[in-house]
Design a protein around this ligand. Structure first.
Ligand code: PLP
Length: 284
């Protein structure tokens, strides 16, 4: 069924939603985005995604075209209009259309787009098997903390992983894992500690990461926020990724080497269950 999408204040059939060829999102990747998970027609981690959206906009000096109340109302309305039970909402804001110039235009009106994707996010078959990842050099730009639509390198990394038969890429820079192509990377050491990279410009500040670290600490799991090497990851007891639509997903192979026993680990399974329970309880 064709979707109803939101474009700059209008509700349109997806085929009728058109953005200018002069839009800076198209010409310069001068745009940011968010992906919010939806279960049972409710928004997961909404306040976290909105907070990061505003941070990304502030870092680039783009005005948010809607107030907080309007933004929430549009999220609710797009779920209603598309009868979305489970899946995600994609939101993108670009600096808007202007004659092509590297300097930011002074008077462009931001372009705001939202659309939905229906997807069985809870019942993911990879939860049982885990995913395999390939190590790929991290050749992205230096401001990965801003969630921009500059996603060409992550797409290339995912293709490099697919070429060697892996499900995803884990990116490596200066001898340490940064993150996955579109998720945060974590390991559980053989003595039961959760190790994940600390926040900096080197990684996206994952909303799921933040909640999972909180949940892990509450469950008595020691958390170390520090960089880890590919070697440490390969020798870990467990490995997993987190993101808005994969939640907590086991990684069972890195560059072909089985992690731990080669099957999804117990702490990963526990964290996934606790995360989903907590987020369903607070979905709005
Ligand atoms: N890291 C990168 C590079 C991502 O693209 C994403 C999600 O798109 C994440 C991490 C996970 O972030 P979140 O948990 O907010 O979805």
């Amino acid at each position: 069924m064709p979707r109803t999408v939101y474009l700059n204040g209008e509700w349109l059939a997806e085929a009728d939603a058109k953005v200018s060829i002069f839009d800076r999102g198209f010409l310069f990747a001068d745009a940011i985005y968010e992906v919010t998970g939806v279960i049972g027609g409710k928004l997961l981690e909404y306040s976290g995604h909105t907070a990061r959206l505003k941070r990304s906009l502030a870092e680039l000096g783009i005005e948010c075209p809607l107030t907080d109340e309007e933004l929430l109302a549009v999220h609710r309305e797009i779920v209603r209009r598309n009868d979305l039970n489970e899946g995600l909402i994609y939101l993108q804001i670009s600096r808007g259309a202007a004659d092509r110039d590297f300097a930011f235009p002074v008077d462009a009106q931001p372009t705001l787009v939202l659309f939905t994707q229906a997807k069985a996010v809870l019942d993911n078959p990879k939860v049982k098997t885990g995913i395999s990842v390939a190590l790929v050099p991290d050749e992205r730009w230096g401001r990965r903390d801003i969630k921009t639509v500059q996603l060409l390198y992550p797409s290339m990394a995912k293709m490099k992983a697919a070429e060697v038969g892996a499900d995803d890429a884990w990116l490596v820079e200066d001898g340490f894992v940064t993150e996955a192509s579109s998720a945060t990377s974590h390991i559980i050491t053989t003595d039961g500690k959760l190790v994940t990279r600390g926040l900096s410009n080197a990684i996206l500040h994952g909303i799921t990461r933040l909640s999972v670290l909180d949940i892990a600490r509450q469950a008595g799991i020691e958390v170390e926020e520090r960089a880890f090497t590919p070697e440490e990851a390969k020798n870990a007891a467990e490995a997993f990724v987190t993101s808005a639509t994969s939640f907590v997903l086991p990684v069972t192979r890195i560059d072909g080497q089985p992690i731990g026993t080669g099957v999804p680990g117990p702490l990963t399974a526990k964290l996934r269950q606790l995360y989903i329970e907590a987020k369903l309880a607070t979905a709005i």
